[in-house]
Design a protein around this ligand. Structure first.
Ligand code: SF4
Length: 383
């Protein structure tokens, strides 16, 4: 590693800045007109020592500094693809940085520019609740035939639970393949415990694997035995955790009808974290990557209403001025936690690293990391 110490970066309100001495760890004011220049300078000084990953839901001002952009699946692959970079700055949310730490080498350090960038969906399942759920399945006599499939949007502890019980992680791009693997020949499960997003689990099972809504039950961690009877657990093929995305869960069928009235010829694209009612009212259901592809491949003049995070929808609209791209619902807003990573936080991370200080490192405890890695590697090996 060869990092050039960076001392003459910017001048904030701190007296040290007036002397030209940067203070690693200090958050620059958002009003600093030199933020872009500061980020460029720090990134240049770090060179190949830093690898910046940017999730599609990040702000434009942050995406501008990403070496790679993608959804959580692509970023999980990419995190492992640059072993020579000692620092990985993950512009996304906490569970993504945890996955990056799990998949990168022991000499690499993963930084999350703002530790408050969590995910409300990931927070809807904790390790104690999930262990209690597994005990309830065991009491009902179905744990032995159940395979856990956990969405990437979960904590490292939930991924470790999944690895401990020989399950797999999935993303919205490969959820179908994950379910086929879990219920298919090689793994041979009879049921799936799907964590923590009930909507992705239900939409994939019913709309892509041909199950019925009656094949799905919802396990509520706040109720004894999840609120399910032994008979319900025996009859179900999909046991869905009662979790959801607080952004995608807000799109409504009324919004689909409204945009059809407002935008002639519009095609409605909905992310599979939206409710079953919304995705069945839409024209297409697609992961983040497939939504990007559908819009890019459409002819000039095409019109889309997109039901996913607003930063991405606005970027798609800007990148395709020859097409109409609108947000599906005027009342839904940005993912507030994704949005916490802004240019000041990125500048602080890059300048700190350039000065030799690692700020906001994400470290997953080794035993948890080993089990979670097993589940993540199963996902990366899905056929
Ligand atoms: S968009 Fe939803 S699932 Fe994604 S980080 Fe935000 S709250 Fe979590």
């Amino acid at each position: 590693m060869s990092v050039t110490p960076l001392l003459l970066l910017g001048r904030g309100t701190d007296p040290d800045s007036e002397r030209g001495v940067e203070c690693p760890g200090e958050l620059p004011p958002a009003s600093d007109p030199r933020l872009v220049e500061r980020a460029e300078t720090a990134k240049r000084a770090l060179g190949t020592d830093v690898f910046v990953l940017g999730h599609h839901y990040q702000r434009d001002e942050v995406i501008a500094f990403a070496d790679v952009t993608g959804d959580s699946f692509r970023l999980a692959q990419q995190a492992a693809a640059r072993p020579e970079a000692p620092y990985v700055v993950f512009c996304g949310v906490h569970f993504m940085a945890e996955s990056a730490d799990i998949l990168t080498g022991p000499d690499q350090q993963v930084v999350l520019p703002d530790l408050a960038a969590g995910c409300s969906m990931a927070d809807m399942a904790n390790a104690t609740q999930v262990d209690e759920c597994w005990d309830a399945l065991a009491d009902a006599g179905v744990a032995d035939v159940t395979v856990p499939v956990s969405y990437m949007n979960s904590s490292a502890a939930i991924k470790a639970f999944t690895g401990r019980h020989d399950g797999t992680i999935c993303t919205s791009s490969n959820a179908r393949r994950a379910l086929e693997w879990a219920l298919g020949g090689e793994r041979g499960g009879e049921k799936v415990l799907f964590l923590p997003d009930q909507h992705l689990g239900r939409n994939t099972a019913v709309l892509e694997l041909g199950m019925t809504l009656a094949d799905c039950v919802v396990y509520d961690p706040r109720k004894p035995s999840g609120g399910l009877t032994r008979e319900q657990l025996h009859d179900a093929r999909m046991i869905l955790w009662k979790g959801h995305c607080s952004v995608h869960g807000r799109f409504t069928v009324d919004a689909v009808a409204d945009v059809r009235r407002r935008v002639p010829g519009v095609r409605v694209l909905a992310h599979p974290e939206c409710t079953y009612d919304v995705v069945t009212a839409a024209d297409e259901i697609g992961s983040t990557e497939s939504i990007i592809r559908i819009v890019a491949d459409a002819p000039a003049g095409a019109a889309f209403a997109v039901g996913t995070e607003l930063n991405l929808v606005q970027r798609l609209a800007a990148q395709h001025p020859d097409k109409t791209v609108v947000f599906l619902d005027k009342t839904v807003c940005y993912c507030s936690t994704m949005n916490r990573i802004d240019l000041p936080h990125l500048v602080r991370s890059l300048e700190s690293l350039a000065a030799g200080t690692v700020t906001n490192r994400i470290v997953v405890e080794p035993t948890t990391a080993a089990l979670a890695r097993k589940a993540l590697e199963q996902m990366l090996a899905l056929p």
